[in-house]
Write a protein that binds this ligand. Structure first.
Ligand code: PGA
Length: 241
């Protein structure tokens, strides 16, 4: 894992968007997976801006969802698909045919998981942008997750349930999520983990200092096939040497 502290959040965002644009220029039908937390929102917005300005053509890109809360419709404000739609897919006019997300309001969730597993097996992931949870989770890969997991349904950790409230304007009694698994994440051609803000400083330090363990899922990114890049801004990186 190569960690890099950026002087400003804006520089970090520019770096990530430059990398995504480079991937798409090399492979117009690349598969991109962008986490849907608050952290990557500036990346989504900047990517949409560049697409609208004609600086990058996203029309053939395949957008793969990282995770989703179970039991909500895709229109519910605060879901992963709604976040990506608001900040990237709608402004950049991405065709729904290019968007491959878990439908967690589907009746048959195992079928839905199998559909996404088939998609990843077929296309792989060219670039995955991840955020880190306050408990070190990646997507909904919570502490204790198997490193060999494919997409799966997960019981949400207590920390995640507490943090969850920031995404929704209603109090949903959510208990589980569906997420891509570490087997799929670790096989991606480029893996980037980003963290911004002082509230992430402690988990950033712990992740950098701890050997891979499923008790701190972010450390498993040290096992990625292509070394994971850990990009943090000064606030998130303040406890690093
Ligand atoms: P955040 O979420 O970007 O909203 O902090 C990160 C995560 O929980 O994965």
């Amino acid at each position: 894992m190569n960690d890099q502290v950026f002087r400003s959040t804006a520089q970090l965002v520019t770096q990530v968007v430059d990398e995504i644009v480079a991937v798409v220029q090399q492979k117009p039908d690349a598969t991109l997976c962008i986490a849907a937390g608050d952290t990557p929102i500036p990346v989504m917005r900047e990517l949409a801006r560049r697409a609208l300005a004609g600086e990058v053509d996203l029309s053939r890109v395949r957008f793969l969802g990282l995770d989703e809360w179970v039991g909500l419709t895709p229109q519910t404000k605060g879901t992963c698909i709604e976040t990506l739609t608001t900040h990237l897919f709608a402004p950049a006019q991405i065709s729904p045919r290019r968007i491959h997300f878990f439908r967690t309001d589907a009746e048959d969730l195992p079928e839905e998981i199998a559909r996404i597993n088939d998609f990843v097996a077929l296309h792989g992931i060219d670039y995955i942008l991840l955020g880190i949870g306050m408990n070190g989770h990646i997507g909904f890969n919570e502490p204790g997750v198997e490193v060999t997991a494919q997409a799966h349904q997960v019981a949400l950790a207590e920390t995640t349930k507490r943090v969850m409230r920031k995404y929704f304007d209603q109090d949903f009694p959510l208990e589980s999520g569906i997420t891509l698994g570490f087997a799929q994440i670790l096989a991606a051609k480029q893996v980037v983990l980003m963290a911004t803000g002082a509230q992430k400083a402690a988990i950033v330090r712990k992740t950098v200092r701890t050997a891979p363990t499923n008790q701190l899922p972010a450390t498993l990114l040290k096992l990625a096939a292509h070394p994971c890049r850990f990009y943090v801004d000064q606030a998130a990186g303040q406890e690093l040497e």
